[in-house]
Write a protein that binds this ligand. Sequence first.
Ligand SMILES: [Zn+2]
Length: 130
Amino acid sequence: MNKLNYNDELWDEIPPYAFMALGRRGREQISLRECFIPSCNSTDEDKLHPIKKEIETKEIPDKNVQIKKVKYLIHCDECSNDFHLVFEQYINNNIQNEDVEGMDIVMEKVFATDSEDKENYGEIGFIQQK
Ligand SMILES: [Zn+2]
């Protein structure tokens, strides 16, 4: 992978942590600065480089919900592979709501897939909304 393709400034917008609910024991904080390829799992963040960002949106008209997927393609120097870090936002799109904001993220979860979206490495956790 050519270093010119790295977009390390994308880290500024990628949350550093996700959270996993642990029932009554609260929640566990999971770093998103690691390689989610199961055979690697490197936690050396200096070796991880975002390459690009893609956004997909999908409407669910019956429920006034919009699903927004923000995918980051990330290269890992440790295993020389790429993977996707995917943030899936469920946005409440209720048009009866006259609030100017109108759109609220009701839930955001994060999972990882391979670079071709063929293999899902599983859900990592959810993102705490501010
Ligand atoms: Zn790796």
